[in-house]
Design a protein around this ligand. Structure first.
Ligand code: ADP
Length: 220
């Protein structure tokens, strides 16, 4: 499981992560929350390594690839050089496509599908690696609340440990087992969602007074 201890990350003079210690437990679903520039992406990158698969925020819209070939890229680590995908590779891709309800996209092209479909395929690519931990960078950033809640329901169905970043509040916390609140490169609160996502904590992290209300899709 990914873990960092007393990690500091600097970009020139900017301290993006400031002496952060953080460990992911198997089976957890963690939200890393904080304002823009608080170090969420840097934390996610610091956690990346063996046993993790990263789902990037944006997949290029002009990839000249079939959707199935794209998901097969997740098997690169398993393919020996110059060898065709094995039956196990094909089956892993089939399972990944089915997990994100995208089996029907297999024959389409990456440059001729919607943004939401591209995102599901990016998750499928990560699943095809068979890494037990998924790291997702702002997966809900461009989604309306219905699509966001559908994405959370999809992630909840996967048999994976999940760490995802988000700067958007409020959000439905039922999905998460833990929330980590970052501000200025430091963890300022961490624990159960209902404890961490208080008006006080959020106001302190963002530096503005807030009133919390959640809009949640009732059907997913
Ligand atoms: P978040 O994901 O919360 O928006 P980031 O981890 O992207 O935060 O960035 C944390 C800080 O590091 C910000 O001040 C950001 O401007 C800075 N930063 C991030 N990436 C770079 C980079 N490649 N070069 C210089 N500064 C960076």
């Amino acid at each position: 499981m990914p873990e960092i201890r007393n990690r500091t990350v600097r970009y020139g003079k900017v301290v993006a992560l400031d002496d952060v210690t953080f460990a992911v437990q198997s089976g957890e679903r963690v939200a890393v929350v904080g304002p823009n520039g608080s170090g969420k992406t840097t934390l996610l990158r610091a956690l990346a390594g063996p046993g993790t698969a990263v789902v990037p925020q944006n997949v290029p819209t002009d990839l000249a690839l079939g959707c199935r070939e794209f998901v097969m890229l997740g098997r690169t680590a398993h393919l020996s050089a110059w060898h065709m995908p094995s039956r196990a590779d094909e089956e892993a891709v089939d399972r990944a496509l089915a997990s994100v309800d995208a089996a029907d996209l297999a024959g389409r092209r990456m440059d001729a599908i919607s943004g939401g479909e591209r995102q599901r395929l990016a998750i499928a690519l990560a699943l095809a690696t068979e890494a037990p931990v998924l790291l997702l960078d702002e997966p809900a950033a461009h989604l309306d609340f219905r699509r966001r809640d559908e994405l959370m329901a999809l992630l909840a169905r996967l048999d994976r440990t999940v760490v995802m970043t988000t700067h958007e509040l409020p959000f439905d916390t039922d999905f998460f087992t833990r929330v980590v609140l970052l501000a200025r490169g430091r963890i300022v609160a961490e624990g159960r969602p209902e404890d961490v996502l208080s008006s006080e904590h959020i106001a302190a992290a963002w530096g503005v007074p807030v009133k919390l209300r959640t809009v949640r899709c009732a059907s997913v």
